[in-house]
Design a protein around this ligand. Sequence first.
Ligand code: TXA
Ligand code: MG
Length: 316
Amino acid sequence: MKMNDGLTVSDPTDPQEAAALLRAGQLCAFPTETVYGLGADATNPDAVLAIYETKGRPRFNPLIIHCADIGMAEALAQFSPLARRLAALWPAPLSLVLPARAGNGLADVATAGLDTVAIRIPDHPLALAVIRAAGRPLAAPSANPSGKLSPTTAEQVRRGFGGEVPVLDGGPCKAGVESTIIAVDGERLVQLRAGAMARSEIEDRLGVAVEQASADAAVAAPGMLKSHYAPGALLRLNTTPRDGEAYLAFGDAPDFSGPTRNLSPSGDLHEAARNLFSMLHDLDATGAPTIAVAPIPATGLGEAINDRLERAAAPR
Ligand code: TXA
Ligand code: MG
C-alpha cells in the first residue's frame, strides 16, 4: 500500500494496518459488498474533509456512516421500532436515514450539518474487520473521483486516484452497485436511492410498503446529482450498437464485431448489477466514443441498474 503520510503498511489485505491508518486520521479505501469505499474516521473533521478533497467533490454531500454492529449504530442515531425492523436486515447493502442522536461525536462535515444521518452495517468481512479494529464509525463514499464510475476492485481504486490512496484489497465486490438508501420518516419508508437491495425485497421481508422518493427528493438526498457515475464515453440506452461504438449487452445479444461485454448472458439481474461498473470501466478503456446499452428490465435490482445507467448517460 502507498502511504499518504509517513505511516507504512506492508500487507494490503490486513485490516489492522488499514485501521491504524484510519485511526491516525488518514484515508484508506476498503471493500464492501457493494463498491469500494473511501474511508475516513467519521469523528475526525480533518479526515472527513480529506475525503472531499481527494474525490474532488464539488460540495459537501452527507456521507454514509459505516458501523460494525448495532451498538455502534445506536450511538449515532435514534431508532424507532420500524427502524429497528429494518436494521434487523443488517449487515446488508441497505443504508437508513435516521434522526441523529445529539452529541454523537460525528464530524459535522460528515453529515453536512443535517440533523439526520445515513448509516449502514456492510455485509463484508474485511469491512467489518476494519471498522471494528478502527473502533469508530467510518465515513465512506464510493472510492472514485467525483462524478466517475464507482470502483468494484482495488485496482480500479488505485488507478482512479493515481496510486495516491492506500487500498485494503478484498477482491471484487459481490453486489456491484451502491446500497439502497431508505429514509425512515415516522411510519413512512421512502427510498431515496435505488440500490443493491431491491425495494421489492425490503417490502417482502418486512411486509411494509416502501415509497419511491419524488422528483424533488434531490433535496432529501443531496448527493443524487443527475449526471453521475459517468464514464468518459457517451452512453446510448435501450438500444443496439452501431459501427464504431462499444456494446453493453444483456441477455440474448445480437452479433456485434466491436468491443462487447454482456452484463448477464442468462438475463440474471444480480449478475448484471455485479458486472455493471466493471464492464462500463472495460468498455470505456477501449476508447470507443459511445457505449450502446441494451434494454434492462426495470424490476427488482433492475431499478438500481437503470438508475445508474440514466445518470451515466445524463448530459454533462
Ligand atoms: O454502497 C454504498 O452505500 C457505498 C459503499 C462505500 O458503502 N457508499 C456510498 O456513499 O455510496 P456515498 O457517500 O457515495 O453516498 C451517500 C448518499 C448520497 O446520495 C447522500 O446524499 C445520501 O447518501 N445521504 C447521506 N446522508 C444523508 C441524509 N442524512 N439524508 C439524505 N441523504 C443522505
Ligand atoms: Mg459515489
